[in-house]
Design a protein around this ligand. Structure first.
Ligand SMILES: [Zn+2]
Length: 263
């Protein structure tokens, strides 16, 4: 797929800073257009900061080790996850005690090329630290600890799937950290005004995507990724032909200038 390889090369030069990719996430919020433009940086910066701070305590650690320490169960399944006809890649169920994380590995298999194109170059340093968790264990069943050493070296595809699984485990782990702290990131930040009638009747709501931005920042920081992991969504859309490179570049410019592209 030569065009996509080319995209993989280009992505390094697009200036996809954490702030830019966080802004991309913010544009998905249902209240995005209610946020005053001079407040975008507040929501982006505060959310990134919370995710990074939470990652300080566990930088370089294996995410699976963190689950074990917390007594948190995870299930990596080949079942397909759907919710209101949206396909899910991972979720956390707070109705279980402790909350249980499910990662839908089948939905991640197709993302190996996207992972390779955007994530592979900048994170070699972290690979060795992570290899401790044992290669080829992406499909270990719920919360069970892989053996410390595996004799068989993993196929490259296995490695990428394993990293994708870890990225999703880390993302959901951050939501668990928020849950444990009793406060989700969006609830820590100032709500935006969504409705006003006169001077007394004002409805305000929190910006829920802030929790997603923080989870991406947590994941990037603790796993040593070169970009916030939501870049994978765009790489995947381009790779599958659902998003053209030109439209993506236009979106990137819009995020940089602090507004959503009017596509
Ligand atoms: Zn999330």
């Amino acid at each position: 797929m030569p065009e996509f390889q080319e995209f993989g090369w280009n992505v390094q030069h697009l200036g996809l800073t954490d702030e830019v990719l966080a802004h991309a996430e913010l544009t998905k919020d249902p209240l995005y257009r209610k946020i005053p433009k001079d407040r975008f940086a507040y929501y982006v910066d505060m959310s990134l900061q919370r995710g990074r701070e939470a990652a300080q305590a566990c930088r370089g650690m294996s995410i699976r080790e963190l689950y074990r320490r917390e007594g948190l169960r995870y299930d990596i399944t080949d079942r397909s996850g759907t919710f209101h006809q949206l396909s899910l890649r991972a979720q956390i169920d707070f109705n279980q005690t402790p909350p249980e994380v499910v990662v839908y590995a089948a939905s991640l298999r197709g993302m190996a090329d996207a992972y390779r194109a955007v994530m592979s170059s900048g994170e070699q340093a972290n690979h060795s630290a992570d290899a401790k968790s044992g290669p080829g264990n992406a499909l270990q069943p719920s919360g069970r600890t892989p053996g410390p050493h595996s004799e068989r070296p993993p196929a490259p595809q296995d490695n990428e799937l394993e990293r994708l699984v870890d990225i999703h485990l880390a993302h959901e782990f951050f939501h668990y950290v928020e849950y444990r702290a009793g406060q989700f990131t969006n609830d820590m930040l100032e709500p935006v005004e969504v409705f006003r009638l006169g001077r007394r009747l004002v409805k305000r709501s929190s910006v829920v995507q802030c929790s997603e931005i923080a989870a991406h920042a947590f994941c990037k920081e603790m796993m040593g990724l070169p970009f916030l992991p939501n870049v994978l969504d765009y790489a995947f859309l381009i790779q599958t032909g659902s998003l053209s490179e030109e439209d993506f570049y236009r979106e990137v410019e819009a995020w940089k200038s602090g507004h959503a592209a009017a596509l």
